[in-house]
Design a protein around this ligand. Structure first.
Ligand SMILES: CC(C)(COP(=O)(O)OP(=O)(O)OC[C@H]1O[C@@H](n2cnc3c(N)ncnc32)[C@H](O)[C@@H]1OP(=O)(O)O)[C@@H](O)C(=O)NCCC(=O)NCCS
Length: 151
């Protein structure tokens, strides 16, 4: 796994949008764009998983004092359920711990029940809720669920 460079922004945006097309049942828009990825690179880093054929997975990680925030975990749809997501989360948590963080934080959308179960199994607990603040109206009511894992 390696840290992304700015020149990877287009490929990251394509991967994130392909992975997050699973969210089309509640919102009809792309999850991101290269401009947003480049802006995030000013505050944090993208970790990439690649193989001989190219990009397989990515995840955004940001240090916030004693907390680490991760987001946009995306595995290429043709490569999901092969353990890559789990390996990437383990690598992010190591990055946070090595940087002195005491918690790993993330948020999921309330209607993604399978993600809630998955992160519970990986040691994350609910810590609160927040408004889903997207300019595109959602097709059904949704909100964010904040989840954290202490180290
Ligand atoms: C969610 C996601 C990152 C998981 O990555 P992955 O490489 O497919 O997952 P893994 O193969 O490492 O499997 C990890 C676990 O999740 C489970 N899992 C993976 N995809 C699942 C799905 N769609 N539904 C239910 N369980 C799933 C696996 O059974 C496994 O369970 P275990 O840890 O108890 O053994 C990936 O499916 C993805 O990119 N999804 C679309 C984007 C997204 O929703 N990202 C999360 C944003 S917070």
């Amino acid at each position: 796994m390696q840290i992304a460079k700015e020149s990877d922004a287009d490929a990251i945006a394509r991967l994130v949008n392909a992975a997050f097309s699973v969210e089309r049942f509640f919102i009809a828009r792309d999850r991101t764009n290269p401009g947003e990825i480049r802006a995030l690179m000013q505050k944090g880093k993208f970790l990439l998983a690649e193989d001989a054929l190219g990009l397989v997975g990515c995840v955004y990680m940001e240090l916030r004092g004693e907390r680490g925030y991760l987001g946009m975990l995306s595995i290429d749809p043709s490569r999901q359920r092969m353990g890559v997501g789990r390996q990437m989360i383990a690598a992010v948590e190591k990055y946070f711990r090595d940087a002195g963080c005491k918690f790993s934080d993330l948020k999921i959308v309330s209607v993604r029940a399978e993600l809630h179960d998955l992160y519970h199994r990986w040691g994350y607990a609910d810590t609160g809720t927040a408004v889903y603040d997207d300019p595109e109206p959602t097709k059904i009511p949704v909100h964010f669920i904040a989840m954290s894992k202490p180290f």
